[in-house]
Design a protein around this ligand. Structure first.
Ligand SMILES: Cc1ncc(COP(=O)(O)O)c(C=O)c1O
Length: 377
């Protein structure tokens, strides 16, 4: 019987795709959602089945603000949160409202390849800014600022996808200063902020967002709960929130995902979200260590810095063409993502991105062994 597709993942049996940046099916919080759904229906409050407030369900925003206040250690105002259907939809809406085709934006090099596709959909001219182990290189940013007036810079400041790098607190402050001085937006995609394993991340850009109109923090439940919820949020200055909530799309369709917001509100208030994050961090730490050990043992030529959080190893294989490697790896039933995908100038040819979150440690080791065999042939 042919299976009818439901998810984006479509793998032949036995294939280990270390390129997949999704959470493991086994870690999706079915039980927690079951409980919160029962609690929601028991409440008898069916308002979330109506068109929602443009900014997003106020009770949900209050619960989320309380959660974030504890997580960030600084007070978060529910009035400065805006509900989205995830980080991707946030980026798309921000592009719709703040850019016109042909305008210049800056991105990190490398960057999250699917965000690059969203920017392409909006006809934006993408200028890459190189990074090093401390994140975005500000000297390179300054050079580009002398040449271009970008509408925004897109950054993934913490445990970046794909590199795993984190921008230091001092660099964050300097970037915000530049944004104010040159009047461009900082779109900070902070989806990995809540997944540190070895290192506490610096203050999120969200901590600047309420005061500084140029800074917009984008976040999501995809990595800390489940991508299928299609739920996320933006934290920003009041003027930005007003502009977002005033968009034509929301005027017509109402606020985003009110029903899911009501379920997730229950989950936050019951402590389920925190519980889930704690257990994910524990499991992902095991998987990270498994991938590190397997790489050391089976691929000693691989160059990488150990990720401190997030989902990915960003591995350099000197002298290897990663596009060819990905193709050849198919025969060995193992997958990866070639570095070039994450480059907006077709660079990063000898890099690969490996995810340690989708598979259990045994499968991770088996996948790395298959890669070794593939590289040996
Ligand atoms: C940096 C980054 N931003 C956004 C997303 C997608 O987020 P969402 O599912 O909330 O649209 C991902 C998923 O891989 C990601 O890595």
């Amino acid at each position: 019987m042919t299976e009818i597709p439901i998810t984006q993942i479509n793998l032949p049996p036995g294939f280990i795709d270390l390129g997949i940046g999704n959470p493991d099916f086994d870690l999706l919080p079915m039980e927690l959602l079951h409980q919160s759904t029962e609690a929601y229906f028991a409440s008898g409050d069916l308002r979330s089945l109506q068109y929602g407030l443009e900014q997003g369900d106020g009770y949900f925003r209050r619960a989320l603000a309380n959660f974030l206040t504890v997580a960030y250690g600084t007070r978060v105002d529910p009035n400065l949160l805006f509900v989205t259907t995830g980080a991707s939809s946030a980026l798309d809406l921000l592009c719709t409202l703040y850019t016109k085709p042909g305008e210049v934006i800056f991105v990190e090099e490398p960057s999250y390849f699917l965000a690059l596709r969203i920017f392409e959909d909006h006809g934006l001219r993408v200028i890459p800014i190189p990074m090093d182990d401390d994140g975005l290189r500000l000297d390179a940013l300054d050079e580009k600022l002398a040449e271009f007036s970008p509408k925004f810079i897109y950054t993934i400041p913490t445990f970046q996808n794909p590199s795993g790098w984190t921008l230091s607190q001092a660099q964050r402050e300097k970037l915000v200063e530049r944004a104010q001085q040159y009047n461009f937006l900082v779109l900070a995609d902070e989806v990995y902020h809540f997944l540190p394993y070895n290192q506490t991340p610096p203050q999120p850009f969200a901590a600047f967002a309420e005061e500084v109109e140029q800074v917009i923090s984008v976040n999501s439940f995809s990595k800390i709960m489940a991508p299928g919820l299609r739920l996320g949020w933006i934290q920003a200055h009041g003027a930005v929130i007003k502009r977002l909530a005033g968009s034509g799309m929301l005027d017509s369709g109402g606020g985003m995902n009110p029903f899911t917001s009501a379920l997730v509100r229950e989950l936050i208030e019951s402590g389920g979200l925190q519980k889930n994050i704690t257990s994910l961090r524990k499991e992902y730490t095991l998987r990270l260590n498994a991938m590190d050990a397997a790489l050391r043992q089976h691929l000693p030529a691989a160059e990488y810095s150990l990720p401190q959080g997030g989902f990915f190893f960003w591995v350099r294989l000197p002298g290897v063409d990663a596009v060819e490697l990905r193709q050849k790896a198919q025969e060995f039933e193992v997958g990866l993502r070639q570095g070039e995908l994450f480059s907006s100038r077709m660079g990063m040819q000898d890099y690969i991105r490996l995810s340690f979150c989708f598979y259990r440690p045994e499968a991770i080791e088996e996948g790395i062994k298959r890669l070794r065999e593939c590289l040996g042939k």
